[in-house]
Design a binder for this molecule. Sequence first.
Ligand code: XMP
Length: 511
Amino acid sequence: MEKILVLDFGGQYNQLIARRVRELHVYAEIKPFNRITVDEIKAEGYSGIIFTGGPNSVYDPASPHYDPAVLDLGIPILGICYGDQLMAYMAGGEVSSAESASEYGKTTLSVKPSPLFTEIPKESVCWMSHTDYVTKVPAGFQTIAATLHCPCAAMGDDARKLYGVQFHPEVMHTEYGKQVISNFLFTVCGCAGDWKMEDYADRMIAKYHEELQGKKVLLALSGGVDSAVAALLLNKAIGQDLICVFVDHGLLRKDEGDFVEKTFRKELGVNMIRVNAEERFLSKLAGVTEPEHKRRIIGEEFIRVFEEEAKRIGHVYALAQGTIYPDVIESGKGDSAVIKSHHNVGGLPDVISFEKIVEPLRDLFKDEVRSIGTTLGLPKELVWRQPFPGPGLAVRVIGEITKEKLDLLKDADAIFREEVAAGTDPLRRPDQYFAVLTDTRSVGVMGDARTYGYTVALRAVNTDDFMTADWSRLPFEVLEKAGSRITNEVSGVSRVVYDITSKPPGTVEWE
Ligand code: XMP
């Protein structure tokens, strides 16, 4: 199979490079520079290699270097940023450090004719982020691009098909970045581009079948898309040896526990243990009102429940997690096993003994995970499920959590979600929408009687990344219907308000 090696020298955009290649329908795999030898590269039969960026300077003795024999394999190489400098250094060129001429951000790139710049205008915008740059190209190379502060912004040796770019073609700010990568793949490497995202699933299934067959693997299923896709993938690879533990802490949305159980156990045939632990969690949460305290209790109790189940199961070989690439970036680690920091399975590796962590999705972005989920037959409701906090409804019941308040919130939330789904176009729907049970009671009137019930707040936001968010301008009809249904159908609620706070200064959740 045609594939590209992304040789990782530690830069921050390395996954993005692999993603760009995959978007162009060529399979790309990332290998840390110190985990693959030149002989192994040769044996793998790569169509091309991309040297990634990295934080170091090539003259720094601690900087990552690579065997120069890689340049003589006859495999086309594209070096990006540090990868470009390293290539120049390895091939006998010169790299200099220019503190004063550091370039960060957008700048104008002027290119010369080169196979790497096919169909790219002479001048365009590129994204630079460097202090060092190539000051003398190695023998056989030509300078093929420049910017105002960087006389050699790209170099190429057409005969050996070796290219280096100082700018970052993988980031969106580089106007013709995608075209540069496409030129490298198709014009330089001669790739066919017939790979599909679905093939990734097949590959992973085959890999884990070989690695894990006959060994017990444990996975904490949350009902979210990431752990769901990881579970399905591993289920296809090792069948019943994958044991999913679904801890129903009673803080899920209305009927969600039953839905997850029905979907995984009955429809998808996944080996799943559901632990009904609502009472246990509620008793731990009794009297607790402080949000972070609630989170801690839930996190700790989750680990205890999981630990007990793991003990019952006996020896497990590996713990599987639905870590995806943004989690890896967020936690700031590249190489080692990483566990979602804000996720409530964060403490698991410390409490159960296993030999390995398996993270089948750690190279993928959310949309890639969704695409695999769809391919593997995950129901739409799960593939497109909105994000849901690990501590669940506990952070949406303000003040003390009681069973009565939780049930009330579940009903109000279900009505709101129903009305948003019924009254909005799926493509324009808010990215997250839910109800919050505030701790405020207010006076109402029903029939001739005075009521004194809770105030429910409705929250809906539009966002790209959940780091910032705008409150959704939901149609008044949707709000009107939701408000009227909630006050009529959910006894104990006498008032409904709509949250018009954006983030910042607010957060998405109330707690
Ligand atoms: P905030 O409230 O921080 O939320 O603006 C941003 C996104 O993160 C979700 N969220 C959480 N997810 N554990 C999680 O797994 C948590 O404790 C948590 N708190 C917030 C939130 O639903 C939103 O999508």
